[in-house]
Ligand binder design. Structure first.
Ligand code: FMN
Length: 315
């Protein structure tokens, strides 16, 4: 079983990856949050190079958000030069502005156009292409045509987040569409969606024993030891979570100075579920504005709030 870190824009960048791997051990692979591609003839911007971080092994897979085949192919070339061995295409971003421009989940609107685009990038990309997709824009009925298109393309792998765009990250994933993908796809398939506990994982494997690759997203934000636990290891101790927190904060302060607090608050919006009283944790950090206030709040959390019996993300 392969376990990977799901891409989460604004959260699972290089600082998170490094801190998480050093405290809880690296997952088998890690998908980077989407980046905008470079245009042909142009190098990566400083901002993009920062988002990619230092290439830390062949198990890190960058993701592109684009509908432009020339941009995709050129950028795949730049990524190959940096040492990456695979490039992932985002067919899932649900943001209104992204979809309106026909990117992310917006590419799912026109199945024929999607096939032309995919066949073109797969034929010309210097790196193998994998795809991370949703089921459609508004209705799971759209998925039949989309899956047929995907199955005709020579993909390295297909990651399915079994929701449509309008569902965002809410509601129950449409597991039967994942099952249909496992049956029909001529390439490896991975699952992404709502694996928040060992029980969720076991249930997925009971229902779909052909599962070989699972991405962990919000579940690992709430429970940083989730990957370790799925491989039979122990839950996180308070000391481990503290150490992880400190490395994250230090990394973000180095990267963005005062804005580190925004990143940390976003992390706490998930990490609070590792504690027995998530509301109390959230109340303590939510309104903090300055670093010294933040540090006091963190002391109060780690010295005054028990860990939950089981750290489980609750949407
Ligand atoms: C804040 C946030 C940012 C995300 N950013 C990305 C992204 O950059 N690329 C992508 O393919 N999916 C992105 N996703 C989707 C996740 O990778 C994942 O598929 C989804 O959250 C379902 O998995 P989970 O229930 O394990 O979190 C994002 C999700 C969240 C909550």
């Amino acid at each position: 079983m392969k376990l990977s870190l799901a891409p989460m824009e604004g959260i699972t960048g290089p600082v998170f990856r490094k801190a998480h791997a050093s405290c809880f051990g690296a997952l088998d692979s890690c998908y980077l949050p989407f980046i905008a591609p470079a245009h042909p003839g142009k190098a990566f911007t400083e901002k993009t190079l920062k988002a990619l971080g230092k290439q830390d092994g062949r198990s890190v897979i960058p993701q592109l958000l684009t509908k432009d085949a020339d941009d995709f192919v050129w950028t795949a070339g730049l990524l190959a030069e940096l040492g990456y061995s695979e490039v992932n295409l985002n067919l899932g971003c649900p943001s209104g502005t992204v979809v309106a421009k026909g990117k992310g989940a917006g590419l799912l609107r026109d199945a024929e156009g999607l096939e032309r685009f995919l066949q073109d990038i797969c034929a010309r990309s210097p790196l193998p292409v994998s795809v991370k997709t949703r089921l459609g824009l508004a209705d799971v009925g759209e998925y039949g045509r989309i899956l047929a298109v995907l199955c005709r393309c020579p993909l390295k792998e297909l990651i399915v987040h079994p929701r449509v765009r309008t569902e965002l990250y809410r509601g129950t994933p449409h597991l039967s569409c994942y099952g249909e993908t496992l049956e029909k796809a001529p390439f490896p398939v991975a699952f992404s969606g709502d694996i928040f506990s060992v029980a969720d994982f076991e249930e997925l494997l009971r229902s779909y024993p052909a599962t070989t690759h699972v991405l962990l997203g919000r579940g690992i934000l709430a429970n940083p030891a989730l990957g370790r636990m799925l491989k039979g290891g122990p839950a996180a101790t308070a000391e481990e979570i503290r150490e992880f927190h400190d490395r994250l904060f230090e990394g973000y302060e180095e990267e963005m100075g005062g804005n580190a607090l925004f990143r940390m608050k976003e992390w706490w919006s998930y990490a609070r579920f590792a504690f027995a009283d998530p509301q109390k944790v959230w109340r303590l950090v939510r309104k903090v504005r300055k670093a010294d206030e933040y540090e006091k709040a963190v002391e109060r959390i780690f010295n005054g709030v028990e860990l939950a019996d089981e750290a489980v993300y609750r949407p």
